[in-house]
Design a protein around this ligand. Structure first.
Ligand code: DAH
Length: 512
């Protein structure tokens, strides 16, 4: 068993072998809870895919090995194993809701040996630059003019931003008062305004083009964290990314002296395709800093005081949005907070994660001029909450310009229930190919989206096997469906033909 693990790393020593085992064990055990909660979407899944890529083995095999390491984790890991198997076979778990942050900052295996330099541009970056939609050449974001050439750079090997993503840059759904995302943002703003008498400064027009430093280093994301990979993040160039979370602005705003702020914005992540995943979504970040005289009289230390205030504040917010629901706090891990928590509410008969938060790491505060202070921070995904609050079944709908969608929402009206205007039938097309070493599902999805745009509803692995020669075949089922009209056979065949061609040429796979 170990031979195969270490051979694939090109390292044979026993020491390395045990390091590998440690890394896997660490990753697997840490991710057990997230996986259990949402096998389809949590960071653990990503990490295990990444581990599998590293070790050229499938997650179930890795998990199998870790089972022998600890009986106390046996149950959780068995559940993960089932989840992983399900993911890799036809039975994929469909959660209606994406995790608010979808994956990145949970439960990081510090010891994972990702084969990455910084920034990690591997050979697997697909560009997926083709797009059928006309793309504007100039956008205005945060008062700054951005041309397509600033963001989509054919000649920079580090660049992996496709045209379709550039076209989303100036959209700013969160700044439209009649749009569900804007309505939700305003409701949260209202909550903070009325509870903190306008103390929170609001930012919703900060450019999503940020430095790698701001996006990762300044919030202490480890150098080997999976989220830095170009499989997961859109790189404009080696030092610049499309922010993958609104936490990217924390340091900068603290440094400029802000102590109470909310940042809302579009964030970008390379991802799989289904009804809850879209490569662009919206987050809101909140930060509150306390100076020592605010907590001395409480009898608590600064951290406990901030944690108490944080929980009180966010419970109030959840009540405002969801009514009198049952809530629970779950300990978790984020690189930028300690302790870190997730808030879950019991809603529509299940526990649903609402946000992630915690007490800001002292290092972040001190580096940014907040000495003798403590702070709390939270981050929440607006689509995830809006899908629940407005009953929106497919994340692509947020981008619809169809009047039958847009006219259903109006300013200040949180919780109007979306009435589907019609449901057109999906059309399924399968494609099988032998994968290459560098193949990743995110790259495939990028290529498919580049061709089919929002007509692609889902890309799902339905078969996966390795032959005696060690070649691995994947079969993906692509669901095409428009939310606005019926698609003709001819149109779909054309799309599928173009997808096949692009997948073959861009991903170095062999079609079967
Ligand atoms: N940035 C995190 C993500 O995208 C969300 C988050 C979690 C933000 C905890 C925070 C926080 O400020 O304290 O996954």
């Amino acid at each position: 068993m170990w031979d195969s693990c270490c051979r694939c790393l090109g390292v044979k020593s026993a020491e390395r072998a045990s390091q590998c085992e440690e890394a896997i064990f660490h990753a697997v055990t840490l991710s057990a809870r997230s996986w259990r909660k949402n096998p389809r979407l949590c960071f653990g899944e990503r990490r295990n895919q990444a581990i599998a890529r590293t070790f050229k083995q499938s997650p179930p095999m890795l998990i199998q090995r870790s089972i022998s390491r600890s009986l106390s984790f046996h149950r959780a890991i068995t559940q993960m194993k089932t989840a992983s198997l399900a993911h890799n076979s036809i039975i994929r778990h469909h959660s209606y809701f994406p995790i608010y942050s979808r994956r990145f900052f949970f439960l990081i295996p510090q010891s994972l040996p990702f084969p990455m330099s910084t920034p990690p541009f591997g050979s697997f970056a697909a560009t997926g630059k083709e797009s059928k939609q006309p793309i504007a050449a100039l956008l205005q974001v945060g008062g700054v003019k951005i041309t397509k050439d600033d963001v989509v750079r054919e000649n920079d090997p580090a660049n992996n931003v496709p045209d379709a993503i550039f076209s989303k840059l100036g959209m700013q759904l969160h700044r439209r008062d009649n749009h569900p995302i804007g309505i939700l943002k305003n409701a949260i703003y209202e909550y903070f305004d009325s509870n903190y008498s306008g103390k929170f400064v609001k930012f919703d027009d900060l450019s999503p083009i940020v430095s790698v430093k701001a996006n990762f280093d300044d919030v202490l994301v480890p150098a080997d964290h999976v989220s830095r990979s170009n499989n997961d993040t859109y790189y404009v160039d080696a030092q610049t990314v499309l922010r993958c979370h609104t936490s990217a602005h924390q340091a900068e705003l603290l440094k400029t002296g802000h102590s109470h702020f909310l940042v809302t914005g579009d964030v970008y992540r390379r991802d799989s395709i289904d009804s809850t995943h879209y490569p662009v979504f919206h987050q809101m970040e909140g930060v509150r800093v306390f100076c020592s005289d605010e907590w001395v009289d409480s009898g608590l230390d600064g951290t406990s005081y901030a944690a108490m205030d944080l929980k009180k504040s966010l419970e109030g917010l959840a009540k405002k949005l969801f009514g009198d629901v049952e809530m629970r706090w779950i300990d978790t891990y984020f690189p930028f907070t300690n302790p870190s928590f997730e808030l879950e509410i019991y809603f529509q008969e299940k526990w649903m994660e609402v946000l992630g938060c915690g007490v800001t790491e002292q290092e972040i505060l001190e580096r940014n001029g907040k000495i003798h202070s403590v702070a709390w921070a939270f981050g929440l995904g607006l689509e995830r909450l809006a899908m629940v609050l407005f009953d929106i079944p497919d994340i692509r709908l947020f981008w619809s310009t169809d009047q039958r969608f847009t006219s259903q929402f109006s300013e200040g009206k949180l919780g109007i229930k979306f009435k589907p205007f019609s449901k057109y039938p999906p059309c399924y097309k399968d494609m099988s190919f032998w994968i290459s070493d560098s193949f990743t599902e995110n790259n495939l999805c990028e290529v498919v989206r580049g061709i089919a745009g929002d007509l692609v509803e889902e890309v799902r692995l339905i078969d996966n096997f390795t032959n005696k020669k060690g070649m691995t075949s994947h079969c993906y089922r692509i669901a095409y469906r428009s939310m606005e009209r019926s698609l003709t056979d001819e149109e779909i065949n054309q799309l599928q033909g173009d997808v096949r061609e692009a997948v073959q040429s861009k991903l170095k796979v062999i079609l079967r």
